[in-house]
Design a protein around this ligand. Structure first.
Ligand SMILES: [Zn+2]
Length: 135
């Protein structure tokens, strides 16, 4: 059930961000092998209520902060990540959202956003978007 809820929320979230263009996102379900996520994020993966997203529109999320990428490509990825975060902020089942350029945490009971991502968290998510869904 949790997996289905996560999948539905993920499809809703990334579907909303997709607008009318042909889009493809890659959602992977995994734990800590990709990067230094927090114990809470790792636990959410283990519980099956978190997903990491490496690519948007078949391009690596890392483009958003890649100093060797062209400014156009970097800004295009940053714009897509801002759209996806806006969708996540509008979706009250998203408890934690982290990307290379922004993020937030929501109180799972009140559904209020209680804080933004710290610089340390942004640094830990340079290569992917993490999303935790409230069960
Ligand atoms: Zn993650």
């Amino acid at each position: 059930m949790r997996f289905l809820a996560l999948l539905c929320a993920g499809m809703l979230l990334f579907g909303l961000a997709a607008e009318s263009q042909a889009q493809r996102v890659q959602i992977t379900y995994r734990g800590a092998e990709y990067g230094p996520e927090s114990p809470a994020e790792e636990a959410a993966h283990a519980e099956g209520r978190a997903a990491d997203l490496d690519e948007v529109d078949r391009k690596p999320v890392f483009l958003a902060v890649d100093p060797s990428a062209s400014p156009d490509k970097r800004e295009a990825m940053r714009a897509r990540l801002r759209e996806i975060e806006a969708s996540a902020r509008a979706n009250k089942t998203v408890e934690l959202f982290m990307s290379p350029i922004g993020g937030f945490q929501r109180n799972p009971k009140t559904k209020e956003i209680i804080r933004k991502a710290t610089q340390q968290e942004l640094d830990a998510h340079k290569t992917h978007v993490h999303m935790t869904i409230t069960p």
